[in-house]
Each structure stands twice: as C-alpha cells, then as structure tokens.
Design a protein around this ligand. Structure first.
Ligand SMILES: *Cc1c(COP(=O)(O)O)cnc(C)c1O
Length: 426
C-alpha cells in the first residue's frame, strides 16, 4: 500500500508497536543558535559569511553529464534553496525539508503525491486556501477529503481501511485558535499505517515542533512567521522518511512550483531572527488578550496562551513553555459594524489580511479571509460577523495595548466619521 514507514525501525508507544522512519538526530544546539547557523555556510571561494544570491539558472559541466559541482539546473536544486531547506529541517527536528513557491503549492504537491482513489481526513477549520484545494481541486484528481470538527474524537470512525492515506491537522486553527492533540491523533493514524500532516504556520517551529509529537510531515506557509517580514511568498514541508524525500523531491522538480533563489535567500535571512520575533509576538498577544478579556466591550477571547482557553492543557503539552503565539481573535459587542469600526480605528495595527510579520495586523474574517465560506458553516466553526482576528507583531506592547484600548472605545461609540449612522447590532 505504499507505506512510508521503514519497517527496520520499531517504536513502542502506548504498548502498540508502530513503524516509524529514522528520525533526525537530537539537536546539539538550542533553537536560536540553530536559527542563526543552520544552513549558513561560509563561502569556500571568497570567505563570505553570508551566502551570495545564486541567480544563475544553469551550472557548467566539465564533460557531458558531468556538472562541475552538485548543481545542474535551478528548478532541480540551487545553493540558496538548499541552505534554506537545511535551516528549516534543523528547526523542525526533521531530516529533510523541501521548499515550494507558496504554502498553497506545498499543500498541492503533498496532495498530488496521493494516488487517485485516496481518502483524506481533515480538521474542519483549515486555512481557506487549503479548504478550496481539498474541495475544488483534489476531487478532480480522485482524492476525496472528509472534514471533522472534532477530529480527536472521530478520527478512528472516519478512517476508511484501504483508502485513507492522510490525516490533515491545523493547530491552532484559523481564526478561532482551537488546538488539536497531535499525539492522540497520530497514535490512531499510525495504528492504521496512515500519515499525519500538521500545518504549523500559526505557531512557527519556535513554539511547536509537530514531528516531536508524532506527525509525519510538518508544513508552513513561509510567507508568515518563518520569513516574518511580509515580503516573500513561500512554503516548506519537513519530514523524516526517505521514501517521502524521494517522492516529494521528484514532484518538487516535476511540478516545478519552486521559490526563486532570491526569495530563498530573503526567507533564510528572516528565519535567523524567528526566535526573537516569535517570543516578542507571543508576549504582545498575551498582553492584548488579557486586556481584551477584562474589557466590557468584548464578548469572548480566543487565545491559547491564557488560562481561559478551553484547550490550554494541550498548549502546555505541545507549545514551547506553553506560549500562545502571536495570533488571537475576539468577539466584540455591537456586531459586525463594531468589528469593522474597531479595525478602522486602530492606528498601529494595520487593517490587512495575512499574519506573522513584524508589523501588527487586524482583520474581520467573516468579510475578509473567510468570506468565501457559507454563513452557516462559518458560524458552526465559531466565525461570527463580530469576530476580529489580530496578528501581533513585534512593536512595543505599551503602544499596541494603547492602540487596542482606544479602538475599542471608538468601536463602542460610533461617530458619523466612522461611516455608520448608528450602532445597532446584528
Ligand atoms: C497563508 C496560509 C497558507 C497558505 O500559504 P500561502 O503562502 O499564502 O500560499 C496555508 N496555511 C495557513 C495556516 C496559512 O496561514
């Protein structure tokens, strides 16, 4: 059945034998040291400490079929992509990483590695573009996806013995920040020889390493925290299995959805400060979530870094030091109009989609990132019209806090200039 597991290595978990591929060796250095040094090689010809950007698309050969070095053509491999992939593999405790032209291209390439007739079980509130690919593109290739709002409870029932090949998890979920216990789901999946993919975009490898909790593949939209400066579109997948390495490397080259050398260089530069940015964003989000919880203008706050979160226990088990990350969402009193007024009243938080950059962003998912999902389905997942999503950046927390508090006051007391004649709720 094309299992990716290496039968030569046996791991014992919960008393049941599970086949797992050889894992990456335990890291010798701490995260920050690896972020700065992994994949950062001194140039052997010039001594340059920072790798040059290797823009050449082709590489000279000394004889027919005998390239001078290890490179031939840039789609197949190039020095900047190799460096970046090496760095991500180190940070995700993986043996291998492969970079793609976007997070979406990463998802598409993994789904394309499945044979026609394959079945996938996914958490319901996946990233909008992932949902679109699963429902509108994968089906055309004969790959069918079942969505579950409570995957930890019903994964065993949803598995189709011969057809299910993948379980797809996003933890935290977007935009309601629900958590999934990766180890629980992976244990059941592995009993059936099924692989588990975790989209780790929202937390970054600094806060969560899904492979350590039993996942087989971890993916990222590098566009968000890993690059961290809102100026590169890129994706990456990291894993331990040799068989996956062979299959996905083949597809990376054959499909060709690869990032440019320049983008790899920029993303590698961004990654070197990931630990500093992730700590700061998480600290800022904690300050804001705490203030929102105390505000009379706020109905509910979703943030896994505070005690009130229903899955706080999972955060303590799965996240570095129980950190909550830089993303949070909250329901504001006054309906959709108050949510819109809030986003238009902030002066430091920029009203925009996306997340994970150094700058703080704010948006209304029901009318922006999640507008494509029918209302009923959206509200069943907790995405109401009065929900505001925030990506906390690395500005000073005093300034972010002041900005949020003044915007809450303005959102609560509509004025003519806000564009709404009254504050009726919906
Ligand atoms: C943005 C995002 C993606 C898609 O990544 P792109 O780089 O925009 O293609 C996938 N998953 C999550 C959780 C995201 O936030």
């Amino acid at each position: 059945m094309g299992s990716v597991f290496n039968p030569s290595v046996q791991a014992e978990r919960d008393g049941a034998p599970i086949e797992t591929p050889p894992r990456a060796p335990s890291p010798v250095h701490q995260f920050g040291t690896m972020a700065v040094h992994a994949g950062a090689h001194v140039d052997p010809t010039t001594g340059a400490v920072i790798a040059p950007i290797s823009l050449s698309t082709t590489f000279a050969q000394t004889a027919v079929g005998k390239p001078l070095g290890i490179y031939e053509y840039t789609r197949s491999a190039n020095p900047n992509r190799d460096n970046f992939e090496e760095a991500v593999a180190a940070l995700e405790h993986a043996r291998y990483a492969l970079a793609f032209s976007s997070g979406s291209a990463t998802t598409a390439t993994i789904l394309q590695s499945l044979a026609a007739g394959s079945h996938v079980v996914s958490v319901s509130d996946v990233y909008g573009g992932t949902h679109r690919y699963f429902t509108k593109v994968a089906a055309a290739h004969g790959v069918h996806v079942t969505f579950s709002p409570s995957i930890e409870i019903d994964v065993a029932d949803l598995i189709r013995p011969n057809d299910t090949k993948l379980i797809w998890i996003e933890s935290p979920s977007n935009p309601t920040l629900g958590l999934v216990d990766i180890r629980n789901v992976a244990t059941i999946a592995h009993q059936h020889g099924i692989m588990v993919v975790v989209d780790n975009t929202f937390l970054s490898p600094y806060i969560q390493n899904p492979l350590d909790h039993g996942a087989d593949i971890v993916i990222h939209s590098v566009t968000k925290y890993i690059n961290g400066h809102s100026d590169v579109l890129m994706g990456v997948a990291a894993f331990n299995s040799d068989e996956l390495k062979e299959r996905l490397t083949f597809l990376q080259n054959a499909i060709g959805a690869v990032p440019s050398a320049f983008d790899c260089w920029l993303a590698h530069r961004g990654l070197k400060t990931l630990h500093l940015r992730a700590r700061e964003a998480s600290k800022n989000a904690t300050v804001i979530a705490t203030a929102l919880e105390a505000s009379p203008h706020v109905k509910a706050v979703n943030y896994p870094g505070i005690k009130s979160h229903p899955h706080r226990e999972i955060a303590l088990k799965q996240h570095r030091d129980g950190m909550g990350g830089g993303m949070l969402s909250f329901r504001i009193n006054g309906g959709q109009e108050a949510a819109e007024r809030f986003c238009q009243a902030t002066q430091v938080f920029v009203l925009a989609e996306s997340l994970g950059g150094v700058e703080s962003l704010v948006e209304v998912p029901s009318s922006m990132t999640h507008a494509g999902i029918p209302r009923e389905e959206r509200e069943a997942a907790g995405v109401f019209d009065d929900l505001v999503r925030m990506s906390c950046g690395i500005e000073d927390s005093v300034d972010l806090l002041k900005d949020v508090l003044q915007a809450l006051e303005k959102a609560a007391k509509p004025t003519k200039s806000s564009g709404f004649s009254n504050g009726h709720t919906s």
